[in-house]
Design a protein around this ligand. Structure first.
Ligand code: HEC
Length: 611
């Protein structure tokens, strides 16, 4: 039976506006919507429950929040159903409804979660991780190392990373992580088996995590501002994929790179369910692990990476440019002809994050060898700027790099420490990381491990460095006024730097327990200068409005949502990806791209008042 779509939609919108029930944008071919109520088992409304409706395979999932009366309403859905529905709020058991037909108003009663172990398992990874950080209280250097070296591929404190292991098993994990790039010092490696075992032992962790379960601030509903949001997820790739970065094309399609499978993906969200297309990035005669050889591949066992596409941007001419971190190349993909052009690096290792300046040049960090590269698209001139190091040890390491890499191909350097799980005392590399171009054309970048940011003069290529008053500056961005916004990865802060006055301002991210967040990236929507920060270890996106200094925390629907890059579409919606590697640690086991619409009601109002 077909539902009278247009009528239903009008009624829905009128209702929505009159009562404040969340509504969303509509389009000509909009499908039906689902409405209903989330209550407890006695019929009392549950506020701020996440109601997720999925269809299709690969799935497209739309999530809305229940309002102050427990009511929810989805935007128009794909197709005619049936749909799978899940209502979720921490403190209650998930409620699943499978094969729901459009048209029926749903009542979704949730039962209280009375089992403390199950309740603790509902909490985001950062709540567990905080227990581990407590173990390192009084050892700030160890804490700093653990956060920086152990949380840049996957969340810590998530289900897979906290299951009980014997000290011997923990030692094996440390050795395996070291081989993939998560190298810690022998002094920390020695402590790890004990602190992980102690922090995550259910007998002590569960009571600690659930002690204040009856207090109102145990897991409060999201703020009413966050509850307005509509969040959409599109499954993209397969369990061995990793969607690293995303970029929004002006044509409304999202591009994403799969670093472990050497693929470029495109999602067209205007097609119901999402139209997905993918291309293999050419790898020439490179072998697994690419230019870094097998010793340098950041790989789960299922990885199949020769070039390792990492970051991507849309060029002024509409082409997609990507850094091929393992292939040591830049790649250009022409969406019209679907042809690739490859530009090798003649100097440096591991091209990382790229940005365009207004003069047609690509600037990119070269992470492992401590360079910034610049490619002039008009002249073809390609140059590499060597960045300062902080210590002699670092200077020697970056200069000796070709020798190390050659050695790494011949032997397993990661396992060369004592007893396999012994860690390494080699000096930390500086690691140039984020990069951005100021409105006046200056180039600024971060040096992650050196806790510095730096400026490159766009004409003379002169470099100057500035120490940050917080640790681990990661992916930074300018606002429209030329102020630089920076996430402090291991310091759990948002910072603003004024290049004129050289003053820093910092705000602690409002994720409980304070200090347990690891913000990987941020982006500024330059139309409003609103800042969006990745809540990488807490399954959230965090909005910051500079005039009022107000934070809004948006919970995301999938457990283990590891976010690394943010972009915006023309409607001001926020795009990111679930980039946890390995992706089998993600709830449901699949990587995703994600769109968050912070204010769909505004769009619905426009739609209803339009002629
Ligand atoms: C370079 C990326 C990377 C870094 C850095 C990293 N990990 Fe992992 N981690 C992985 C991958 C990939 C897997 C899955 C490994 C597999 O089973 O093939 C994993 C799995 C794990 C697991 C689950 C193992 C299991 O048996 O399922 C734990 C626990 C873990 N990591 C802890 C850590 C710790 C502690 C650190 C810091 C020393 C760390 N990770 C740093 C990539 C990383």
């Amino acid at each position: 039976m077909r539902s009278p779509k247009r009528l239903r939609l009008t009624v829905f919108l009128a209702l929505g506006l009159a009562t404040g029930v969340p509504t969303a944008a509509t389009s000509a071919e909009a499908g039906p919507t689902l409405t209903g109520t989330v209550t407890d088992s006695t019929g009392v409304p549950i506020v701020g429950a996440m109601v997720s409706v999925s269809t299709g395979k690969p799935a497209h999932r739309i999530t809305v929040f229940s309002d102050h009366q427990g009511r929810f309403a989805t935007p128009p859905l794909d197709g005619a159903g049936p749909y799978d529905v899940r209502a979720r709020r921490i403190g209650w058991r998930d409620r699943q409804a499978v094969g729901v037909a459009p048209g029926e108003a749903l009542t979704l009663p949730l039962e209280r979660e009375t089992d403390a172990t199950a309740l603790a398992a509902q909490l985001p990874a950062n709540r567990w991780y905080a227990l581990l950080l407590d173990e390192l209280e009084g050892q700030p250097e160890m804490r700093e190392q653990l956060v920086r070296q152990c949380t840049y591929c996957h969340q810590q404190g998530s289900l897979h990373t906290r299951i009980e292991r014997s000290p011997e098993q923990w030692q094996k994990v440390i050795a395996l992580m070291g081989r993939m790039g998560g190298v810690i010092s022998p002094a920390l490696a020695e402590q790890v088996p004990e602190i992980f075992t102690r922090a995550y032992a259910p007998a002590t962790a569960v009571p600690r995590l659930t002690a204040d379960r009856d207090e109102p601030d145990f897991a409060p509903p999201p703020h009413p501002e966050a509850r307005k949001a509509v969040i959409e997820e599109w499954d993209l790739g397969h369990p061995a994929s990793m969607q690293h970065d995303v970029t929004m094309h002006p044509d409304g399609r999202l591009y994403s790179v799969d670093m472990t499978q050497d693929m470029l993906y495109r999602l067209d969200p205007s097609v119901p369910g999402g139209d997905r297309k993918s291309w293999k990035v050419p790898h020439g005669d490179l072998e697994l692990g690419g230019a870094l050889g097998t010793g340098g591949a950041p790989t789960p066992s299922t990885a199949n990476a020769r070039v390792g596409p990492h970051s991507l941007q849309v060029a002024p001419d509409g082409a997609i440019w990507s850094t091929l971190a393992l292939g040591n190349q830049l790649a250009r993909f022409d969406p019209k002809t679907e042809a690739w052009t490859i530009h090798p690096l003649e100097e440096g290792f591991y091209p990382h994050t790229l940005r365009f300046d207004a003069r047609g040049r690509i600037w990119y960090t070269v992470a492992v060898s401590n360079h910034v590269g610049v490619l002039d698209l008009a002249t073809g001139e390609h140059q590499w700027i060597r960045l300062p190091t902080k210590t002699w040890g670092q200077a020697i390491m970056v200069r000796m790099l070709p020798v190390f890499l050659w050695l790494a191909q011949k032997m397993d350097l990661g396992a060369a420490g004592e007893g396999g799980g012994g860690g390494s005392d080699l000096p930390e590399m500086p690691i140039p990381y984020g990069i951005d171009v100021s409105p006046t054309g200056d180039i600024w970048f971060s040096q992650l491990n050196n806790h510095q940011i730096g400026r490159i003069d766009p004409d003379t290529f002169e470099v100057e460095m500035v120490q940050t008053p917080f640790s681990a500056p990661r992916r930074l961005r300018f606002d429209s006024q030329g102020r630089l916004w920076i996430p402090g990865f291991s310091s759990s802060v948002l910072a603003r730097f004024d290049p004129e006055t050289r003053a820093f301002e910092t705000w602690e991210l409002p994720i409980e327990p304070l200090g347990s967040e690891t913000p990987y990236a941020l982006h500024v929507d330059r139309r409003t200068d609103t800042v969006w920060v990745c809540g990488t270890n807490s399954d959230t996106l965090i909005r910051f409005e500079p005039p009022s200094e107000r934070f809004t925390v948006y919970p995301l629907p999938t457990r283990v949502t590891y976010t690394r890059e943010i972009d915006f579409d023309a409607q001001g919606r926020v795009w990111t990806s679930n980039s946890n590697v390995p992706s089998w640690q993600i709830e449901g086991g699949l990587p995703k791209v994600i769109r968050l619409d912070p204010d769909p009601t505004a769009r619905a109002r426009v739609a209803t008042t339009a002629p």
